[in-house]
Write a protein that binds this ligand. Structure first.
Ligand SMILES: [Zn+2]
Length: 78
């Protein structure tokens, strides 16, 4: 999935709503911004909320999605 986005005057770029919904990305979540050796700008999620219940406790990333301890246990202990 690719999206072409325009950078705002303030230097911001909005993430497409479909991507935010699919990965449970909420306003206020923190990301790390870096440029890799190929010159590609990367955003890495460093903080967030659970995809299922929006808790921010004991999160682990699973295929790019944050899942809390309680929900991991509920879906089989990832
Ligand atoms: Zn949860």
């Amino acid at each position: 999935m690719e999206h072409n986005k325009k950078i705002t005057r303030a230097g911001g770029v909005s993430l497409p709503v479909s991507l935010r919904r699919e990965y449970g990305i909420e306003p206020g979540e923190k990301v790390n911004v870096s440029v890799n050796a190929a010159g590609v700008i990367e955003l890495k999620r460093i903080e967030g909320s659970c995809l299922f219940c929006h808790s921010d406790e004991e999160l682990k990333l699973y295929e790019g999605r944050h899942i809390c301890r309680k929900c991991r246990a509920a879906i089989g202990g990832l």
